[in-house]
Design a protein around this ligand. Structure first.
Ligand SMILES: [Zn+2]
Ligand SMILES: [Zn+2]
Length: 273
């Protein structure tokens, strides 16, 4: 008996053990990656919940006026936007977390509403952006609906008959639960702090993110956070896209246009296409 114990495993026995371990691991891996995906989504939703709360608190502290979404701090002086950022050419504006957490560059940092750079980054946003021959990972995954603010960029034609909001209370015809504030943005498309939706256009200006297994996350004026189930493969794209992406008949683009802002004057007809 003692001799039998001493002989150890045969090659066959070892192979059997190894293959059983491999089978167990292969059964476990999909479960683990699914759990990881769910954890990322929950983390992202929590990030946007915090940003939305900061946005609402900022308005409470500033005569109900929301922070600016789009324009860079240089234009606004001390009354700076929620965070600073730049154009696609200014790569340093996208890789420097100081623009999020330094009170000199971010209204959210200056008011003490958000202190950690992690709050601005979706954990599922892992794709490196390739621009002008350089691969880089940005520090921010979210933008703020550009219809909110009090200085609107002149180059942005939001859509005729539509208006921006400087106060959440200015929503008249739409419910606060129907208008988005923060949203996951495609890492190639993200630039300034605002997410621009051109209403009535058949083009995306900014492309939303689809980091969560083809889904995105957005926060809404009333404070709730939702998972956005994109329907069109052109939204769940993996190709590099900056601005003005043609996407005729895309139901996701239509969803964004219907949830970004409301008309100040009714149009004679809704017919398009
Ligand atoms: Zn996300
Ligand atoms: Zn851009």
């Amino acid at each position: 008996m003692i001799k039998a114990f001493k002989r150890g495993f045969t090659l066959i026995e070892l192979l059997v053990v190894i293959s059983i371990i491999a089978i167990l691991a292969s059964m476990l891996l999909p479960v683990l990656s699914k759990a990881k995906g769910a954890a990322h989504k929950a983390y992202c939703m929590n990030n946007q919940r915090q940003l939305n709360l900061a946005w609402l608190l900022y308005a409470e502290d500033h005569g109900k006026m929301v922070p600016n979404g789009y324009v860079e701090s240089a234009t606004l002086g001390l009354q700076r936007p929620w965070v600073s950022a730049g154009t696609h050419v200014e790569r340093f504006m996208h890789t420097n977390s100081q623009l999020l957490t330094n009170p000199s560059y971010s209204a959210f940092a200056r008011g003490g509403y958000v202190s950690s750079a992690n709050t601005y980054k979706c954990p599922a946003d892992r794709k490196a952006t390739f621009f002008q021959g350089v691969n880089y990972r940005g520090v921010r995954s979210y933008s703020l609906n550009a219809f909110f603010g009090w200085v609107f960029p002149s180059e942005v034609n939001y859509g005729s008959g539509y208006h921006g909001y400087s106060k959440p209370s200015q929503l008249a015809g739409m419910k606060a639960s129907d208008v988005f504030t923060f949203i996951d943005v495609n890492s190639d498309s993200i630039c300034y702090g605002g997410f621009i939706t051109k209403i009535g256009s058949k083009q995306f200006f900014h492309i939303p993110g689809a980091y969560h297994n083809g889904q995105g996350v957005a926060a809404f004026v009333d404070g709730h956070v939702e998972v956005l189930k994109w329907k069109d493969q052109r939204t769940i794209t993996n190709k590099t896209i900056l601005h003005f992406e043609e996407s005729k008949g895309n139901p996701d683009l239509k969803w964004l246009q219907a949830h970004a802002a409301e008309r100040s004057t009714p149009l004679p007809s809704d017919a398009e296409e």
